[in-house]
Design a protein around this ligand. Structure first.
Ligand code: SF4
Ligand code: SF4
Length: 430
């Protein structure tokens, strides 16, 4: 756990709140905590340190005391804020419904505004690039190319073969013309990092949706969901949300689907309730997806549940009928509901903490049954984190990291299923 004394902050008067009319009043939100401590045992940073200030309750107390002027602007407050993974495990544990994620977002933004937190230059540059997807795609082309060649020089680059030239939008248009599904109509959020580096997951998502007779559109003017900026406390989130409202809301859709739980959570904050934002696996669960038929084998899939799916989006998990439809023997990974330590960019900003959190979860892979062993989840950032367990000796045996949607992928065998299942969508029950 990193605990070096923080540098003194530049003098700054505490900003009263993120007062732009788009956020609830911070002072009011901070009064909701009743100090019961039910959140302590689910918090990974409290589990690691046993330090009250490194717990949700401790951070809330520091923020409130500072906000109300009872604590002078203190470098340790910024330090303990930066130690938070942002996993949101404290939200469902809280009987007083403290909206910890909303508070954290506002506090992070304040700390950057007041120069008490300074995200590293490379992250600020990457965040700036995400506001122009074509530029981000260009900047990340070398990583996409390396992956497509099977060269994985960084611990976060998991194996996969993304298309170098064809975009997800072009691919979806091509497949839609070829297969002409007639069922429910969805728009897919393509994502910034997902599209730039890991777009084979977007391609698999399109194949699975079309196979299940779902019509897929890719709104051309969509942008990054803003989660990157949000994690770093940077400006620009509201502009990104506005862009996505303009891109998605006028469309006549049954749902907007996301294949990354973090992006799905961020997008759901951007849009009104007119069209539901759904995790693609939950959406497929309602359709009872086509089941892959596999010859018996020793492959064993261990499923890990992203924090932003179960705590952020408050989903029970990944639907069992979807996992069954992969055709593989699967089980939940031990501690599947605990954080893996990725936390958006936490694993870059706090690599030691992040690794300590991952170590606790990942060592089971050394002894796991199955050949091959597959670790499957539904967030590309968690996939990057799980892949990093092979570096530095956390996991010493081979394993494969996959998105669950890839385990459902028909690949070149795609044929659209006969269409009577649109009736299974919520609201269309017959
Ligand atoms: S978001 Fe996660 S790390 Fe941060 S206080 Fe809540 S439980 Fe702890
Ligand atoms: S569980 Fe909720 S009310 Fe209780 S200490 Fe934690 S944040 Fe405060």
């Amino acid at each position: 756990m990193s605990s070096s004394p923080p540098a003194s902050p530049s003098p700054a008067s505490p900003s009263p709140s993120h007062c732009d009319g788009t956020h609830p009043d911070l002072g009011e939100l901070l009064t909701n905590c009743v100090h019961c401590g039910f959140c302590l045992e689910v918090c990974p940073t409290y589990q690691m340190t046993g330090d009250e200030n490194n717990s949700p309750r401790g951070r809330l107390r520091l923020w409130r005391e500072e906000h109300e002027g009872r604590l002078s602007v203190d470098p340790w407050t910024a330090h303990y804020t930066s130690e938070c993974v942002g996993c949101l495990a404290c939200e469902p544990a809280c009987p007083a419904n403290v909206p910890y994620g909303e508070i954290l977002e506002q506090v992070r933004h304040q700390h950057v505004e007041q120069a008490r937190a300074k995200p590293r230059l490379s992250l600020r540059l990457a965040a700036a690039l995400t506001s122009k997807q074509w530029l981000f795609n260009l900047a990340m082309a070398p990583a996409r190319w390396l992956r497509s060649m099977g060269i994985l020089p960084h611990r976060f680059l998991f194996a996969g073969r993304p298309s170098l030239i064809e975009s997800t939008a072009q691919y979806a248009t091509r497949l839609m013309k070829q297969h002409r599904p007639t069922g429910p109509k969805v728009a897919l959020l393509t994502g910034c990092l997902m599209e730039a580096v890991f777009r084979e997951i977007n391609f698999a998502t399109i194949r699975v949706l079309i196979e299940n007779n779902v019509q897929v559109v890719i709104p051309p003017d969509q942008g990054c969901c803003g989660a990157f900026q949000e994690h770093l406390g940077l400006d620009g989130v509201e502009e990104m949300r506005a862009q996505n409202r303009t891109a998605f809301e006028p469309l006549d859709l049954d749902a907007i689907v996301c294949n990354s739980s973090g992006c799905g959570l961020a997008l759901s904050k951007s849009l009104t309730d007119r069209v539901p934002v759904r995790d693609v696996l939950a959406f497929l669960g309602d359709l009872n997806p086509v089941r892959r038929v596999r010859s018996p084998g020793s492959t064993r899939v261990y499923v890990d549940l992203p924090c932003h799916l179960i705590h952020g989006q408050k989903q029970a998990g990944i639907p069992a009928n979807v996992l069954d439809a992969t055709g593989y023997t699967w089980e939940l990974a031990p501690q599947a509901r605990d954080c893996c330590g990725s936390g958006g960019v936490y694993n870059i900003q706090k690599p030691e903490n992040s690794r300590e959190i991952l170590a606790k979860k990942s060592t089971f892979l050394n002894e796991a049954q199955g050949d091959p062993v597959v670790l499957a989840t539904s967030n590309h950032v968690c996939m990057m984190q799980w892949n990093s367990a092979r570096s530095g000796g956390l996991v010493k045996r081979p394993y494969i990291v996959q998105h669950v949607i890839q385990l459902l992928d028909p690949g070149d065998d795609l044929t659209v299923r006969p269409a009577d299942h649109a009736s299974r969508l919520p609201g269309n029950a017959q």
